[in-house]
Ligand binder design. Structure first.
Ligand SMILES: *[C@@H]1O[C@H](CO)[C@@H](O)[C@H](O)[C@H]1NC(C)=O
Ligand SMILES: *[C@@H]1O[C@H](CO)[C@@H](O)[C@H](O)[C@H]1NC(C)=O
Ligand SMILES: *[C@@H]1O[C@H](CO)[C@@H](O)[C@H](O)[C@H]1NC(C)=O
Ligand SMILES: *[C@@H]1O[C@H](CO)[C@@H](O)[C@H](O)[C@H]1NC(C)=O
Ligand SMILES: *[C@@H]1O[C@H](CO)[C@@H](O)[C@H](O)[C@H]1NC(C)=O
Ligand SMILES: *[C@@H]1O[C@H](CO)[C@@H](O)[C@H](O)[C@H]1NC(C)=O
Ligand SMILES: *[C@@H]1O[C@H](CO)[C@@H](O)[C@H](O)[C@H]1NC(C)=O
Ligand SMILES: *[C@@H]1O[C@H](CO)[C@@H](O)[C@H](O)[C@H]1NC(C)=O
Ligand SMILES: *[C@@H]1O[C@H](CO)[C@@H](O)[C@H](O)[C@H]1NC(C)=O
Ligand SMILES: [Zn+2]
Length: 408
């Protein structure tokens, strides 16, 4: 439950001249990896570290048992969690019978167990792309988020709990920019390989981190590697989380690994784009898996954006695709329904400006609606010099190192 770290003082000195990063707007104004990813700390997260699991590893059973709020919630659902075996490596499992609707072996999205909601694996509306990015917040996402803002484009961001705690101002930017934030677990492990309490904790603490940092409680999650079965779906549903999967995979995260190259990833994007042009989504839309993981994945998202906008009629966050006008537990942030969205974008060719502070996603891109939003945060740099709390300096360094280990 503590963020015990070593080597803190050694690291502190080298970052003493980092630019000031004490507010979301200050952080959002930075550009370039070195500036954006310079370690910082804000009291919100540095002073609450003991209420969260460690920032380097998966959630443990003691994390949940020692936390009265988490444990009370867990105990309230424990007895009803389906008795489905943990999918330890090497487990004997028949993918054809697929009794647990285990996506990893079968791409199953329709639960076998009564009472569970279907996974969302495509945007229901024709010629519509459910637009979103996994594995954020990336510390260096400002150029990409500036790009999205410049196009008045909202997306669904699937955030890793540890990253939210490492980069809280970057996470706040997603909310400020009107993106939809969903849970992508605390530590990005395979959920079906975890015990009930571990899996519960991975979701619980990511929700708690997002709430702490943005004031908002998500109602959606995406399983890392798509690894979900009916036991995990049940736990997620008890936490009021919709399970969101995909049907196309860009494999952008794998660039440089296992023979995957820029050309492979481009080809994966092209498959979706060509399928859209060929009419494959004329009766129902699509979701592609893409990431804000690193410079390459965000660069590919930007270079493919014009083709996606061209191939699809509507490119929207899942909240819009699913008519989830209040996609957080807190109802002060609203997104348009799909009908409202298409009305807005068709009516004048200019997207309406969001009423300040309360509209989370008043517009996203649609063909014929090309008014560019402005991003006031993209200009102006703070010249202030700050010496961040040494504890978080080390945390952020760990973020940069460990970031490379996460994928998909
Ligand atoms: C949980 O609480 C027990 C008893 O208070 C303590 O001994 C233990 O160190 C705690 N474990 C964690 C992981 O915080
Ligand atoms: C959860 O329920 C199982 C049996 O249904 C029980 O063995 C276990 O002790 C319970 N765990 C907790 C933390 O209450
Ligand atoms: C998680 O599952 C995926 C398959 O979906 C596998 O490739 C990966 O190695 C697993 N990761 C771990 C840490 O077991
Ligand atoms: C919505 O309410 C939450 C919790 O009260 C608050 O933290 C957040 O800033 C509010 N967001 C907006 C856009 O008003
Ligand atoms: C991928 O390769 C293309 C063609 O060489 C290049 O234009 C583009 O910048 C590359 N994209 C990234 C993100 O590296
Ligand atoms: C990727 O890195 C290069 C070199 O630092 C930079 O010019 C470019 O803007 C970055 N792209 C993104 C999407 O951040
Ligand atoms: C969204 O609302 C529209 C009409 O208001 C309806 O036709 C459509 O089926 C709804 N979509 C979903 C996913 O509920
Ligand atoms: C869409 O626009 C039409 C015409 O202005 C209006 O009658 C209708 O109520 C609008 N629908 C929604 C969902 O905003
Ligand atoms: C809007 O964005 C497009 C695409 O980036 C660009 O070509 C165009 O010049 C921009 N228009 C305005 C008015 O900024
Ligand atoms: Zn992921």
């Amino acid at each position: 439950m503590r963020a015990a770290l070593t080597g803190v003082l050694l690291l502190a000195g080298s970052f003493a001249l980092a630019q000031s990063q004490t507010t979301e707007a200050e952080q959002a104004a930075l550009l370039g990896y070195d500036a954006e990813c310079a370690p910082y700390g804000i009291p919100l997260t540095t002073e609450t570290g003991n209420e969260f699991p460690q920032l380097q590893t998966m959630v443990t059973v003691p994390d949940v048992r020692n936390d009265s709020a988490a444990f009370a919630k867990f105990q309230s659902i424990n007895a009803s969690i389906p008795n489905i075996p943990i999918k330890y490596p090497g487990i004997q499992y028949d993918p054809n019978a697929d009794p647990d609707c285990w996506w990893t072996v079968s791409n199953c999205v329709t639960p076998k167990l009564a009472g569970l909601n279907m996974d969302i694996s495509a945007a229901p509306e024709p010629r519509t792309l459910g637009y979103g990015f996994d594995d954020g917040p990336a510390c260096d996402h400002n150029e990409f988020y500036n790009f999205l803002s410049a196009h008045n484009q909202k997306a669904t961001m699937y955030y890793i709990g540890i990253y939210v705690m490492w980069s809280p101002l970057q996470a706040q930017r997603a909310a400020a920019d009107g993106h939809q934030i969903c849970v992508h677990t605390w530590s990005h492990g395979n959920m079906t390989q975890m015990t009930n309490e571990e899996a519960f904790g991975e979701l619980w603490y990511t929700m708690k981190a997002i709430k702490l940092v943005t004031g908002l409680t998500p109602t959606c999650w995406r399983p890392p590697h798509g690894d979900v079965d009916d036991r995990i779906r049940y736990i997620a549903q008890q936490l009021n989380l919709d399970t969101i999967i995909w049907r196309y995979d860009s494999f952008d995260w794998e660039n440089g690994l296992n023979g995957v190259t820029n050309a492979t990833v481009q080809n994966n994007y092209d498959t979706l784009i060509n399928d859209a042009k060929a009419g494959k989504f004329d009766t129902g839309g699509a979701i592609i898996l893409t990431h804000e993981l690193n410079n390459f994945t965000m660069g590919m998202a930007m270079s493919n954006y014009p083709a996606l906008i061209d191939a699809f009629d509507y490119v929207v966050p899942l909240a819009v695709a699913m008519n989830k006008t209040t996609p957080y537990v807190e109802t002060n942030v609203t997104f348009p329904s799909f009908a409202e969205f298409t009305n807005q974008t068709k009516s004048s060719g200019s997207s309406s400006s969001s009423s300040s502070g309360s509209s989370g996603g008043s517009s996203s891109s649609s063909k014929g609606a090309s008014t560019n939003g402005t991003n006031s945060k993209a200009t102006g740099q703070s010249g202030a010099v700050a010496l961040g709390p040494s504890l978080t300096l080390a945390v952020a360094v760990a973020a940069a190192v460990a970031g490379a280990a996460f994928s998909a």
